[in-house]
Design a protein around this ligand. Sequence first.
Ligand SMILES: Cc1cc2nc3c(=O)[nH]c(=O)nc-3n(C[C@H](O)[C@H](O)[C@H](O)COP(=O)(O)OP(=O)(O)OC[C@H]3O[C@@H](n4cnc5c(N)ncnc54)[C@H](O)[C@@H]3O)c2cc1C
Length: 438
Amino acid sequence: MKKTRIVILGGGFAGLRAAMYFDKGLARQTDIEVTLVSRDNFTLFTPMLHEVASGDLYGGDIINPIRRILHHVRFVESDVESVDCSGHVVRCTSGVETLHLDLQYDHLLLALGSETNFFDLPGVSDWAITIKSLSDAALLRNRVVALLEQASLRTDPAVRQRMLTFVTAGGGFAGTETTGSLNDYVRDTLRFYPELTEDMVRVVVVHSGTFLLPELGEELGNYAEKKLRERKVEVIKGVRVSSYDGAVITLDNGSQISAQTLLWTAGVKPSSVTDALPCRKVKNRVAVNEFLTVPELSGVWAAGDSAAVPDIKAGKLFPPTAQHGLREGLAVAKNIEATILGHSMKPFVYKTQGQLATIGRHTGVAMVFGFKFSGFLAWWMWRTVYLAKLPRWPKKLRVVMDWTLDLFFGREIEQTINVRDIDALSQRLSRLRARMRA
Ligand SMILES: Cc1cc2nc3c(=O)[nH]c(=O)nc-3n(C[C@H](O)[C@H](O)[C@H](O)COP(=O)(O)OP(=O)(O)OC[C@H]3O[C@@H](n4cnc5c(N)ncnc54)[C@H](O)[C@@H]3O)c2cc1C
């Protein structure tokens, strides 16, 4: 008997939510095979990523193994390379040995999320760091500690200043939240370095807009800026980064900042896998209709950050957030199921519930059902809401435990990844690859 094959690409908010729906239904049927392909065998809870970067949480706290969540959906850990829509095949590679896999589909759900966009600015992709993945966050925290260690050994004020200058490009959610918590982490950790003083540290946000957190409006954005400035963060608005050579950041107003760390949060673009798809795009995102199908491609559906999903009531696109990705994932799974079972599909409709951001030191900003909150209450709401949304009880408990320990004992300041380890690993990988080529 020929099985109906559903292939989901991406184990993030949208893809995993769809897979979880199938796991309880269609994936249990013998005539249906559901496969989830993702490059990591865990799902990452991005709203808490900045807490890993700033040592509030450990990386393992905010990820969940996909194999523990899905029991009837097949999981494949692999990198998706391309999609052949005419042959209904997804081409993937897996592991150091770059094993090639071809997966046939009848229904394909594209949920590969977004990638960092460096806009081809000179040097930026070579030297800037990002905060998109778990390893980004873990490396950022290690980098901060490594720079404090190194700066404590330097006597040249210019070199020390460069090492202790942390610049974020982008004042949206990821940039503002990460800057707030990173600033607290650096300044709190300084007391363990008697050679260093607070005036040696510079934390800067460079934001192209007129106020931070544009998604939350001017009032809350200005509040966030005021709070950051009170904690000695410099906020430079109306300006963009134009280049970076690993030591000096040049801004488009001609000014320069000497900094060893540029955190790039100023741009995202949809997964490059979708670039070559022969279908309509809106802002580079795959255009779907209200049922989340890609009209030009038979059997192809899309949801999450890589899809341009129309909000038919408001006459615009839904924003690319986790909140929307989750709902789109569920809606598209139900429509795929309806198509297979011969039922009618339902259009995706959703009313945004609100948005929350933390800016460090028990302070936050929030807009929930149109009401604005700021300060401790917003921070408390942020923690409560996102703790509730973090999947699986063991992880929720770990997060609560870490937050409680931080409260009493402060954050940990060890450097767990060092240049030696990275060097050894990359040499071993090169040897392995050379042997495979031979
Ligand atoms: C630092 C940060 C903080 C954020 N905070 C918030 C917040 O507070 N609230 C909010 O609503 N949103 C937040 N977002 C945005 C939110 O993370 C995204 O909108 C959401 O993840 C989109 O879901 P998705 O399923 O489309 O993509 P993702 O969740 O990104 O999932 C994509 C999946 O595809 C996999 N993948 C990608 N490319 C490939 C490939 N080629 N091969 C195989 N697998 C691949 C990835 O590993 C991932 O598992 C934040 C994002 C970041 C980076």
